[in-house]
Design a protein around this ligand. Structure first.
Ligand code: HEM
Length: 396
């Protein structure tokens, strides 16, 4: 008979330190890279249907705030486990082909240089600057909107909505905070519905026109837009933020000066992806009883896959495996963008953007130092990064 659930490859997650009620995390954690890959390559057994389910169940007032605006997230892309996924994915992939992404490089460099120059001005004027706001936040959002053929507007709102929706769906907000976050998500959704309506009638090629041509309903397009407009830029902002922070802290294998070269910047971005990516975990749920690494997993088991280093899955592992077992493993960069039929469509873009922005920032701001080593971090189930990277000029 096959043993149930917990083996060296899987472990029940301990609650994250900041889960308010101290309750057990209801996930079966899978850390072993071979087992993670196996799960990702068996979508019929391990469904992505829970990818966008709120980690903290939505309570009445928050639900009502969302219902009032007709908020709905029908499965279209990341959480779609039906046969319609492939066709929809192809439409979206058409906006991020390798050739399109490569052709975007000069534009990314231009935006990165502009942002780095502004940060240098801020430093000269005030003696300090926050590199998250100054260089990491905006360029990925502009690049994503331009690639999708969508108007570049309301960027400050878009950034705020993205972070607040991440907290609503991947965090542990109190009921009061949940209501605030739901109101923000509702505002984002209303904005999105207008954008969809406007885009399908606009001249030229854009994401929503192509999706409408593929037969998606307005609600399905809003659902896709809700995920993509967050996933397509905030994750990259967060990767850049962590990379800049670790570089300036002196905790990366590359120094700040060497990060100003193309090779140095690329290698430090890869180091951060492997050690503490902005998307360190992702979820799946068993469609029916199945076997993983020799263990029987009951139907409906919620699974948390470790893609990169993070606190939550690390804590789960310490609770269940010996140091000897842990030593043989370690996050592999091969999984940081997922694998199989749902693999991230923005992987190449994210890597390119992160490397260019890190390179241009290091080149434009020689000798800067961290002002605050104890930065507050975004620590959600599937997202992590410092909220600020506050720096001072060499003389500051
Ligand atoms: C550092 C930045 C990023 C990281 C770490 C990241 C990571 C991930 C991960 C782990 C998944 C789930 C994969 C799976 O289920 O196998 C995913 C899915 C996805 N990502 Fe990213 N992502 C990043 C940036 C982007 C960008 C820039 C875009 C688009 C411009 C993007 C678009 C998508 C899409 C569309 C999916 C769903 C694909 C599908 O279900 O078929 N991501 N991403």
């Amino acid at each position: 008979m096959t043993p149930t659930a917990t083996t060296a490859a899987t472990a029940m997650a301990e609650p994250p330190a900041h889960a308010p009620d101290g309750s057990r995390c209801p996930y079966l954690v899978v850390r072993d890279p071979d087992a993670v890959r196996d799960v990702l390559h068996r979508p019929a057994d391990f469904s992505p249907a829970n990818a966008l389910v709120a980690v903290t169940a939505l309570e009445g007032p928050a639900l009502r705030a969302l219902q009032r605006v007709g908020f709905a997230l029908p499965p279209v892309l990341a959480s779609n486990d039906t046969g319609t996924h492939g066709g929809i994915r192809r439409v979206v992939a058409g906006f991020f082909t390798p050739a399109t992404v490569a052709a975007m490089e000069p534009r990314i460099r231009e935006l990165a240089r502009e942002a780095a120059a502004k940060a240098a001005e801020q430093l000269a004027r005030n003696g300090h600057a926050d590199l998250v706001q100054a260089v990491a936040a905006v360029p990925p959002a502009v690049v994503m909107l331009e690639l999708l053929g969508l108007p570049v507007r309301d960027l400050a709102d878009l950034k705020r909505w993205g972070l607040e929706s991440m907290e609503l769906f991947w965090g542990w907000p109190s009921p009061e905070r949940q209501l605030q976050l739901a109101s923000s998500a509702a505002e984002f959704y209303v904005w999105l519905r207008r954008l969809v309506a406007e885009s399908v009638a606009a001249p030229g090629r854009n994401l929503f026109k192509s999706l409408a041509g593929h037969g998606l309903s307005r609600t399905e397009m809003c659902s896709l837009g809700y995920f993509l407009l967050i996933a397509g830029q905030e994750t990259t902002t967060q990767l850049i933020s962590t990379t800049l922070f670790r570089l300036l802290e002196g905790a990366a294998p590359v120094c700040w000066k060497d990060a100003a070269s193309e090779a140095g910047a690329k290698s430090v971005v890869w180091h951060v992806l492997a050690s503490e990516s902005s998307v360190p975990t992702w979820r799946r749920v068993t469609d029916h009883e199945t076997i993983l690494s020799g263990a029987r997993i009951p139907a409906g088991t919620e699974i948390l896959l470790e893609l990169s280093g993070n606190r939550i899955t690390a804590a789960a592992d310490q609770a269940s495996t010996s140091p000897h077992e842990q030593a043989g493993r370690g996050p592999s960069t091969g999984l940081v963008f997922g694998s199989g039929i749902h693999r991230c469509l923005g992987a190449k873009l994210a890597e390119l953007e992160a490397a260019i922005i890190v390179q241009e920032t290091a080149a434009a701001l020689p000798g800067i130092q961290l002002r605050d080593h104890e930065s507050e971090w975004i620590r959600l189930l599937s997202f992590q990064a410092p909220r600020t990277v506050s720096v001072v000029s060499p003389a500051g």
